[in-house]
Write a protein that binds this ligand. Structure first.
Ligand code: PLP
Length: 425
């Protein structure tokens, strides 16, 4: 197909006329489609329903640490630590179980540092300036947490190997006000990229100017492979940090949100013993225990990491055709036109689309007017500000395959129309 920018104004204008007719037809259908949030679909949720039968009124509720029905066992039951440790590639002794969502854990981690400091350092709230590095495009809810605390966010571009490490090193090793970085190392949200071994090693070997600098390593998609027979693989950051003499530098985080039930999951943090002791000071005040019945339910349902992998293979069988359909339609409609680029991830929940500069907001608005809700343009950047106004996050998991295909077709029409307007302007 001929690139749009090589077309004459007349060619573009006549193409626009044809596309507008197609767009009007879609508008006339009063559609209500959604490619916005990375939620599992009903079939995926159904996969975990048998988990609700593993504990009932005749079950025993006794864990290695005692009766899960009562108060106590602050850091979670041993069996859950072993299960999450296996999933998160960390020893059970380095695991603290948390609540039903990892986002709470991340919020609390930043909140604790803000009010009380990290391992005895000055509370961040008492400092004139606190900065966080934010690989972009990234996860809007990470950025919302740091924004909530008034932490200044600095964009770090993503490369095919992960965040631009030259920039990360420059900031972390020289600027004492840089206290942390958000990372989604495997199947990043939204690009789907995974960090190379070299990137992980460079992270582990940082020489932070701030001794309370911490990496928030949100391994939300650690078992979420679309092709379980050839998954991406990342190095374990905890052991790399220990080898590099930085044992306390990382909080590794995970949950079963998109394995079982989002909002009713189990979450965990893997980190050094010193960091665990630091966390426990606040945890002791904040709660007596988390939902240990849910921890036991997950353990009895999955049994071990193989149980989780078997479950994730079923998720992949549902998700894979959806990701393929999106890629196929984008390819069929847009390849060669040079008006957009997109990722083809090997796992995770998103496809990242980059339009021509200055077009993303208009594309999302045009989609909305035709009944297709996309994630707001800009959401993948701190403060909702995409400096190029070009990134759009596509979430293929939730709609039915049929709805998804239609939504992707409409999205392509909108991309074409907005790009033509830009080229004609
Ligand atoms: N981390 C990332 C990178 C995510 O994409 C998501 C959900 O989209 C979450 C965390 C949310 O996980 P949880 O439900 O455990 O809070």
């Amino acid at each position: 197909m001929k690139p749009y920018r090589e077309m004459s104004k007349e060619e573009l204008a006549s193409l626009k006329e044809q596309l507008e007719a197609v767009y009007k037809e879609y508008q006339g259908k009063n559609l209500s489609l959604n490619m916005a949030r990375g939620k599992p679909c009903k079939e995926q949720l159904d996969l975990s329903l048998p988990m609700m039968d593993v504990l009932n009124s005749s079950s025993d509720y006794i864990s290695a640490d005692g009766d899960v029905r009562n108060y106590g066992i602050l850091t979670g039951i041993q069996e859950a630590k072993e299960l999450m440790g296996a999933m998160m590639d960390a020893p059970a002794e380095n695991i603290v179980m948390y609540g039903n969502a990892s986002l709470t854990l991340m919020f609390d981690t930043v909140s604790r540092a803000w009010t009380h400091g990290v391992c005895g350092s000055t509370p961040w709230c008492k400092l004139d300036k606190v900065k966080f590095l934010c690989p972009v495009p990234g996860y809007d809810r990470h950025f919302a947490i740091t924004q909530y605390f008034g932490i200044e966010m600095i964009n770090i571009p993503m490369t095919a190997d992960g965040p631009d490490m030259d920039l990360v090193e420059k900031y972390v090793n020289n600027d004492e006000t840089v206290k942390g970085i958000w990372c989604v190392p495997l199947y990043s949200n939204p690009s789907g990229q995974s960090y190379s071994d070299e990137t992980v090693k460079r992270f582990a070997n940082l020489k932070p100017a701030a001794k309370d600098f911490r990496i928030i390593w949100d391994n939300a998609y650690c078992v979420h492979h679309l092709h379980p027979d050839h998954p991406d693989h990342i190095l374990d950051i905890l052991s790399e940090c220990a080898k590099a003499g930085n044992p306390d530098m990382v909080y590794k985080i995970g949950s079963t949100a998109k394995i079982t039930f989002p909002g009713s999951a189990i979450s965990a943090i893997a980190t050094s013993k010193a960091n665990i002791e630091d966390m426990k000071k606040q945890m002791n005040v904040q709660f007596i225990s988390h939902d240990k019945i849910n921890q036991l339910r997950h353990v009895r349902f999955f049994k071990n990491l193989d149980g989780i992998k078997a479950q994730m293979a079923k998720h992949a069988a549902i998700l894979c055709p959806k990701f393929e359909a999106v890629d196929e339609i984008l390819n069929k409609e847009l390849a060669g036109l040079e008006i957009g680029k997109w990722t083809k991830p090997n796992g995770g929940y998103f496809v990242s689309f980059d339009s021509l500069d200055g077009c993303a907001k208009a594309i999302v608005a045009k989609c909305k007017d035709a009944g297709v809700v996309m994630t707001g343009a800009g959401a993948t950047y701190p403060y909702g500000k995409d400096p190029h106004d070009s990134n759009i996050r596509i979430a293929p998991s939730f709609p039915t395959l049929e709805d998804l295909k239609l939504a992707a077709e409409i999205f392509c029409v909108c991309v074409k129309l907005v790009s033509i307007d830009k080229l004609l302007a």
